[in-house]
Write a new protein. Structure first.
Length: 452
């Protein structure tokens, strides 16, 4: 059983079995056709000879037929012809067969029968036709079918040689193939072991052949890239959480300590409590945003996806921010020419669009546009502002967690807004793309309508 677990052994056995079956089918078909051709030729020859002898009987009578059959019977031939003429009582008249075979009636049909040669020995297979002549005379003409045996022996010998050659090729090919496969498998296993012990930078080599191993390597590398990204993100989050929570918690402790002395006035105590609650709210907001990103990146929310109208979600979010924009002296314009249906998570999509609109209203000078469009099988949700924008070299970094850019986009915030948008886009099989709106920033959530 341990030997059977080896891929090499199973490949060799599978190759050998497949080769054997192939040889059996091919040579079986060849044998069937060869034997059929031999019998057809013999049957046609016998039929032609019976017709000729019957015509000779009509021209020369019984004596002429007997003389002709006897002459043919005396001729030695590799085809081993069989002849017999009997009268109406079954008495022998001529031929090299001493008695009429009872299994062959004189109906002209092709029949096969085993007969013994004179002097005994092994029986031989005969194919024959029998014909009834006037006066009760019966004529039998046949041919030995030992050509079948010769064909069988030749094919049997060829099968043995072919099996020996193909088994050798199967074993050699199986060993060579298994060594190639196992070398690639061992290579992948070694890389996996390195990754398991913490070397997240290892990748499976892609050799450019485009075969199954290259496709597997590409898939594994994409998985390892994602794992490395998540691990780096987790370390960054851990470091950033410690940094971002330390400040509000330190301030909270300081304010609570200030209200302990009895000389603190009620007004100061109320202000300190209000500030403490503000710090607590900021801390809770940070944790909630991290939880939202974790929900989106976990992929578990796919189970809650339903058919939703993305255009309606975007328009609703824009309307929600309209009063805030008016107070800031901004205008928000939402455009969606038609309903755009997508299999998605409504709550997370709404939160992502809300984050984009919230960012845009913070930094826009006069206008914010929310657009929903369809292109190349994907839905694109765009939020465009006319603010200072983000330099091209900072756009990729802006999507990372806890990143707050200076100077124009630095303010009080967690640095998680765009990270959540990017995570929601990935959950839906898409991506977040930042570009220049000339002036301002254009943020596009691009998501495929159908995903494999």
């Amino acid at each position: 059983m341990r030997l059977w677990r080896s891929v090499t052994v199973r490949l060799v056995v599978a190759s050998a079995v497949l080769s054997t079956l192939t040889i059996g089918v091919v040579f079986g078909f060849l044998y069937w056709r060869a034997v059929g051709v031999v019998e057809e030729q013999a049957a046609d020859t016998v039929a032609s000879e019976i017709r000729g002898l019957a015509e000779h009987f009509g021209d020369s009578g019984l004596l002429g037929l007997v003389r002709s059959v006897q002459e043919r019977s005396d001729i030695t031939s590799e085809a081993e012809p069989v002849y017999l003429i009997v009268d109406g009582l079954g008495n022998y008249l001529a031929g090299n067969l001493m008695a009429w075979p009872p299994v062959i009636p004189p109906d002209g049909r092709w029949r096969k029968v085993e007969l013994y040669r004179r002097g005994g020995g092994q029986p031989i297979l005969i194919g024959a036709r029998a014909h009834a002549l006037p006066g009760g005379v019966r004529l039998l003409v046949g041919r030995a079918l030992d050509g079948r045996v010769k064909i069988q022996d030749a094919i049997g010998e060829a099968v043995l040689w072919a099996l020996a050659a193909l088994w050798a090729m199967a074993v050699g090919g199986g060993l060579l193939l298994s060594r190639t496969i196992l070398r690639r498998v061992d290579e992948v296993a070694a890389i996996n072991r390195d990754v398991m012990v913490g070397d997240l930078g290892r990748r499976v080599p892609v050799r450019g052949s485009g075969d199954e191993f290259d496709r597997l390597a590409a898939s594994m590398n994409a998985m390892l890239d994602r794992i490395e990204e998540l691990m780096v993100g987790m370390r960054t989050v851990t470091d950033s959480i410690g940094h971002d929570l330390r400040s509000p918690l330190t301030r909270l402790r300081s304010r609570l300590e200030r209200i302990q002395p009895s000389e603190t006035s009620p007004t100061e105590r109320d202000q300190a409590l209000d500030d403490a609650l503000g710090d607590i709210d900021a801390t809770l907001d940070l944790l909630n945003r991290l939880l939202e990103i974790a929900r989106a990146e976990s992929g578990l929310q796919r189970e809650q996806m339903t058919k939703i109208d993305v255009a309606s979600v975007a328009v609703d979010v824009a309307e929600l921010y309209d009063p805030t924009a008016e107070e800031a002296g901004l205008s928000i314009e939402a455009t969606a020419d038609q309903p755009v249906m997508l299999m998605g998570h409504g709550e997370l999509l709404a939160q992502a669009v809300s984050n984009l609109v919230d960012n845009a209203t913070k930094y826009a000078r006069q206008h914010v546009r929310v657009e929903v469009s369809l292109a190349d099988g994907s839905v694109k949700v765009s939020v465009v502002d006319d603010g200072p924008g983000i330099p091209e070299e900072d756009r990729e970094r802006a999507i990372q967690r806890f990143v707050r850019l200076d100077p124009s986009r630095t303010g009080r915030g967690s640095g998680l807004g765009l990270s959540l948008v990017a995570a929601v886009a990935r959950l839906h099989g898409g991506s977040l793309v930042l570009s220049d709106a000339e002036p301002g920033l254009r943020a596009d959530m691009v998501m495929p309508i159908s995903r494999g």
